[in-house]
Design a protein around this ligand. Structure first.
Ligand SMILES: Cc1cc2nc3c(=O)[nH]c(=O)nc-3n(C[C@H](O)[C@H](O)[C@H](O)COP(=O)(O)OP(=O)(O)OC[C@H]3O[C@@H](n4cnc5c(N)ncnc54)[C@H](O)[C@@H]3O)c2cc1C
Length: 419
């Protein structure tokens, strides 16, 4: 019997997989936009992802509704996510990957360039296919089934990453790493400060197991994400878990997965049209809404969101309401607010740009910009900034912000210039 609590792993030599300008960790909506933007801007880019497809919560957790392309209610004059996010919707449309409009009372835009609606239900399989195609077309190097495990750090700067896969433990060097892991795994391992250790004023959003059903009529009065004859439903909630703790995450998975059939039976009681519905898919991963927010050079706040704040270093916009913080869905009374570049830069570590749901934010602001459309804009900005930083050989925090903004606008992104 070994009663020790600590085991000292012997140090060892590991293979170097390669040298890159930019490495993106995580292929969710933020990570793919970052990798595409980085590679399109001429940086030699590697993306690693623990699953065998891209999309993050949209595909691994079946979160089949991409929100946040413009304000959900009037004033909704400005489409606040354009660029790569818009490209994804337009290309999904071309391959019949868009499902039924879920917000029946809302104004529907015609779905062409600069005229996207607030939200799009998507086919999660077509989304997997398209994102892979786009990342390949951009010339990004891809490593699937690969788990980020640590950073290579010298002084206060990240120089590379260590990851594990079927080939074993390997290292890769990079000029800039983009942390698009959702959980901020890279910045955390690099020693960056974060919030999210506590329950964030007990306002933390609850993780939910989504699941897909079929066997219901196509005309059905139920709030689910319908694509052809299938529908994704919001299933059991995981309770107060901290999804970056393996045991708590496991417990969340167990509890929600064991409750899923019962959940559908409950839905059937309230919706006659679901009586013949069958579960055809549960996702690879419980839907994790929030974990760590890495402390950045600026932390975006609920006040910034509600006041429609403009920033000199704006790199993206959002206009989505704050969903739960105030106890009701709080719509914005303006066309959108700016997201500053400084939110993507960890305060106390160099060589890293964060993208997606781990950027620096307080709880109410997060509930607005967390939707996938703004996360794609943030990702596109992170990738473009990383390429500029790598090319110029300067820290991400020292790049020419005007040049970054110019590039983003040139690429078709909305960073507030349309207001
Ligand atoms: C239940 C639920 C409902 C939601 N509802 C909506 C909605 O209706 N509309 C909407 O637009 N948004 C919604 N959201 C929010 C939205 O889905 C997320 O905020 C968004 O997907 C975050 O994107 P991301 O790329 O930052 O992170 P993620 O989507 O979490 O992607 C992170 C990626 O990194 C990979 N990864 C993580 N750790 C590692 C590692 N160590 N090594 C290698 N790879 C790693 C993951 O596999 C994943 O692919 C919802 C989220 C959930 C969970």
């Amino acid at each position: 019997m070994n009663n020790k609590r600590i085991y000292r792993e012997p140090s060892r030599e590991i293979q170097i997989y390669g040298n890159y300008d930019v490495i993106v960790v995580g292929g969710g909506c933020a990570g793919i936009a970052a990798a595409i933007a980085s590679s399109r801007n001429g940086a030699k880019t590697l993306i690693i992802e623990r699953f065998a497809f891209f999309g993050g919560a949209a595909t691994t957790s079946l979160m089949a509704k991409i929100n946040g392309f413009r304000n959900q209610v009037e004033p909704d004059n400005l489409q606040t996510t354009k660029g790569i996010g818009e490209e994804i919707i337009l290309r999904l449309k071309e391959i019949d990957g868009i499902g039924k409009n879920i917000y029946k009372k809302m104004k529907v835009y015609d779905g062409t360039k600069n005229s996207l609606s607030f939200s799009y239900v998507v086919d999660t399989e077509k989304l997997k296919y398209l994102l892979l195609k786009m990342v390949k077309e951009a010339g990004v190097n891809i490593l699937f089934h690969t788990y980020f495990s640590d950073v290579i750090k010298e002084d206060n700067r990240v120089q590379g990453i260590i990851f594990e896969n079927k080939s074993g433990r390997q290292a890769a060097f990079t000029k800039v790493v983009i942390d698009a892991s959702g959980d901020g795994d890279v910045a955390f391992k690099a020693g960056a400060d974060y919030v999210g250790k506590t329950n964030l004023e007990n306002k933390k959003l609850q993780d939910t197991l989504m699941y897909k059903v079929s066997g219901h009529p196509r005309e059905i009065d139920y709030f689910g994400c319908q694509y052809e004859d299938t529908m994704v439903i919001w299933g059991p909630k995981a309770g107060a878990i901290d999804a970056v703790k393996a045991e708590e995450l496991t417990e969340g998975e167990i509890n929600t997965r064991l409750a899923v059939y019962e959940h559908l039976e409950e839905q059937k009681k309230n919706c006659e049209d679901l009586r013949n519905a069958k579960i055809i898919e549960t996702p690879a991963l419980l839907g994790i809404k929030q974990t760590r927010f890495i402390e950045g050079l600026y932390t975006i706040t609920g006040e910034d969101v509600l006041s429609g704040k403009k920033f000199e270093d704006s790199i993206a916009m959002s206009s989505k309401p704050i969903i739960e913080y105030y106890g009701y869905r709080r719509y914005l009374e303006h066309d959108g607010y700016d997201i500053p570049y400084r939110c993507l830069l960890p305060k106390n570590v160099d060589g890293i740009i964060t993208a997606g749901r781990c950027i620096s934010s307080d709880q109410p602001a997060f509930e607005s910009w967390r939707s996938m459309a703004p996360c794609m804009s943030i990702g596109e900005a992170a990738g473009t900034a990383a390429a500029l930083s790598a090319k110029a050989g300067i820290e991400p925090k020292n790049i020419n912000i005007k040049l970054l903004q110019h590039k983003l606008i040139e690429q078709g992104a909305e960073i507030g210039q349309g207001r």
